[in-house]
Design a protein around this ligand. Sequence first.
Ligand SMILES: NC(=O)c1ccc[n+]([C@@H]2O[C@H](COP(=O)([O-])OP(=O)(O)OC[C@H]3O[C@@H](n4cnc5c(N)ncnc54)[C@H](O)[C@@H]3O)[C@@H](O)[C@H]2O)c1
Length: 454
Amino acid sequence: MNRFSMTRRDFVRIGAGAVAAGAAVNATLLEPAPLAAQVDPGTRKIRFVIVGTGIRGCDLLRAARQVPTGECVGAADLYTTRHTAAKEAWGADIPATSDYRTLFDRKDVDAVLVATSDHLHRRVTLDAVAAGKDVYCEKPMSHSVADGQAMVAAVEAGNRIFQAGSQRVSSILYAKAREIYASGRLGEVHSIDAQWNRNSPGGAWVYPIPPDASPQTVDWDRFIQDAPPHAFDPVRFFRWRLFADYSSGLGGDLFVHMLSGIFTITGLNSPPTRALSSGGLYHYKDGREFPDFLETIYDYPSANGPIQVHVHCNQNNDDAGERISFFGSKGTLVVNGNSVTFTPQDVTPRFEGYGWNGMTQAQRQQGMDEWRAAHPAPATPPAAPEVETFTLPKGYNDTAEHIANFYRAVNTRQHVVEDEVFGNHAAIGCHMANYSYFHRTIAKWDEATKAVEG
Ligand SMILES: NC(=O)c1ccc[n+]([C@@H]2O[C@H](COP(=O)([O-])OP(=O)(O)OC[C@H]3O[C@@H](n4cnc5c(N)ncnc54)[C@H](O)[C@@H]3O)[C@@H](O)[C@H]2O)c1
């Protein structure tokens, strides 16, 4: 049985006028496979602990409840009230602590889910790997290029399974988009545009600060252990995304999701060769250290030639929401929230009169005659272009799918798609966006030194 009520394949033909002259729409509701079926029968449940049970950590725990092939056996968080939040999110009593090392010492723990602020991803991952655990680490995998390199080296040396947490990589929507892209129906693709817009305080990371926040309830020293010294500040703790000591701003928060989605669909998996950013801090002048509008043009190398990827995020406009468009010589693919649409272009050769406008009538007639002789009309006219749309069923949770893929990899020891190399490359793109923005220069990737240069 599917876990969704809407399982039927739903082909709907809509009149041509609904989209474009001569085009029909073929709409399909995607069907996810049951999550339990993703693990070979007979394999055991994965026992994991989670480090960081704030907004995302609690969401991970709630999603993990949908995946029957693993169980949470402990939680760590620096804010003691979140020990209770973790138990509520998991729906059962679990050991909870401020010191994750006591959980890593346990022999009955297979894996660690890391959902701390970005600046501690490296420390927690390295400690987990040293304790022999596999790691699911939230995006962005790294807080700096150096952090990412250290994490890749540790995971590879420790022969661990690692998955970065941009869950769309496991989404059936992105699998469908990848299938269309790989079919070649887009023709040549050298241009990709990704945008994610929000227009609310929450969308700009103005998160609540609980009234019981204090040095008694928050282990501040552990929070800043890999950051510059600073006196206790609940704003920095609960709104860490505003500060460069702990976060990478829009790059680390949203760009990384879009780059990970683009990697998944196109097969790109490298740092960009160049990145050029612009933007500014226009509305949220609350002491934050990042722009609330950021856009970056990347050059990504691919087997079929360079691809320009344009990513932009705006925290002061909601009109466009989130969308990624792939512009090909034969068609356009758009991932828009919960749907993906492929629109083929009519590339049937036709006589183009415009270039003949500066010629004599005799020349134009001769040109047309020659063109017609070279392009005889086909016996049967070509089929009208068909727009295809695929939509996720209501309630589909790609985070649960991503967790299920991680459990399976822990059991099979096979790499996941979004492994340490993929996660590192996606994060490097974010760090290059910030480098370009803050240094007001083009950021270049130097493969020899594996570093960013201006
Ligand atoms: N995949 C997604 O869609 C998604 C969505 C939101 C956030 N995230 C990522 O998840 C991570 C957490 O974000 P958030 O919004 O939940 O932040 P948050 O501030 O709500 O929660 C982070 C928690 O980590 C805890 N923490 C920090 N260092 C710790 C340590 N050494 N030991 C134990 N606990 C520690 C803090 O106490 C805090 O409660 C970030 O990396 C963020 O980018 C991913």
